[in-house]
Design a protein around this ligand. Structure first.
Ligand code: SF4
Ligand code: SF4
Length: 235
C-alpha cells in the first residue's frame, strides 16, 4: 500500500493561515492503515490547529471529515454538501487522493497535509519499508520476486555493482546485497538463466529508498533498531 507521513505541523499551519474555514479531509484507505491520515489523525490535527490558532488569537474554524478513499470520485460525492462554505481544504490522503480532491473542487484551494513516501509493507506496527517505486516496468518476473529498484542501494537492473562486500552491500555492511538475494532466489526456483537477461538501465533522479517509523512509534523501535545496527536505513 501507499505509505505516507504527516507533514511538520508548522508547514501545515503556514499553508492554511490566511483562510477562515478549513475542512480537513481524511482518507480511510492506505494513509489510514499507516496511521497518517485516517479518522483518528484528522481529529488530532483538527484539535492541534484549532488550539494553535486560538493561542495566536487568530480566528480560523477547522473541521474534519473522512471519506472511505480520496482516489475515487464516487467516494468524494458525499463531500459535495459539506465543502460549500469552506474556503480551503486540507487533504490527509496521498498525493493521488489530494489531486483528485482538488479536481472535484476546482474553485477551492486544496493543500496536502501528508508527504507521500512510497509503496511499501508493514514490518511491524508503525514501521514501514519500501518495496516498490512504481517504476512502470516491473522486472519481478526476472528477479525471483525481489525488486532491484528498492532493494538495491543503486537500483541496478543488471546484476551487482563491483562493490559487493561478501554478502553485503558496499553502502552499508548492515544491508544485504539485493543481487546476491536475487541470485539465490533464482537458483532456488531453477531460473538462474534470468540473471543473464539484460535490461535497459533506467534514469533515477531525486529518489531515496527507505524505511520509516511513523511518529509516535519512534520510542518503541528506535533503540531496538539502533542496537541491531539498522538505524542508518531509517529516515
Ligand atoms: S487516496 Fe491514496 S491513500 Fe487513500 S486509498 Fe487512495 S491511494 Fe490509498
Ligand atoms: S521493479 Fe520494483 S519498482 Fe519496478 S514495478 Fe516492480 S516492484 Fe515496483
Amino acid at each position: 500500500m501507499v505509505k505516507g507521513k504527516r507533514k511538520p505541523f508548522n508547514e501545515i499551519k503556514d499553508m492554511v493561515k490566511n483562510h477562515k474555514k478549513v475542512l480537513i479531509v481524511g482518507c480511510g484507505g492506505c494513509v489510514s492503515v499507516c496511521y497518517a491520515g485516517g479518522l483518528k489523525e484528522v481529529g488530532i490535527l483538527c484539535d492541534q490547529l484549532n488550539a494553535s490558532f486560538h493561542q495566536d488569537d487568530v480566528q480560523i474554524d477547522f473541521d474534519g471529515y473522512t471519506v472511505e478513499r480520496q482516489c475515487n470520485q464516487d467516494l468524494l460525492v458525499e463531500l459535495d454538501n459539506i465543502v460549500p462554505g469552506c474556503d480551503a481544504l486540507l487533504s490527509m490522503a496521498c498525493g493521488a487522493g489530494c489531486q483528485y480532491l482538488a479536481e472535484r473542487f476546482p474553485a477551492i484551494p486544496v493543500y496536502p497535509a501528508i508527504n507521500t513516501m512510497f509503496i511499501g509493507v508493514d514490518k511491524e506496527i508503525g514501521i514501514f519499508e519500501e518495496r516498490c517505486r512504481a517504476c512502470g516496468d516491473c522486472v519481478l518476473g526476472l528477479t525471483g520476486g525481489i525488486c532491484p529498484v528498492t532493494r538495491c542501494a543503486k537500483s541496478l537492473f543488471n546484476g551487482p555493482c563491483g562493490g559487493t562486500n561478501g554478502k553485503n552491500c558496499e553502502v552499508s555492511k548492515d544491508i544485504p546485497c539485493a543481487w546476491l538475494d536475487i541470485y539465490e532466489r533464482l537458483k532456488a526456483i531453477g531460473q538462474l538463466d534470468n540473471i543473464k537477461k539484460i535490461k535497459e538501465p533506467m534514469q533515477w533522479k531525486n529518489t531515496t529508498r527507505g524505511t520509516f517509523i511513523q511518529e509516535g512509534y519512534e520510542d518503541r523501535y528506535l533503540e531496538k533498531e539502533k542496537g541491531a545496527g539498522l538505524l542508518s536505513r531509517i529516515h
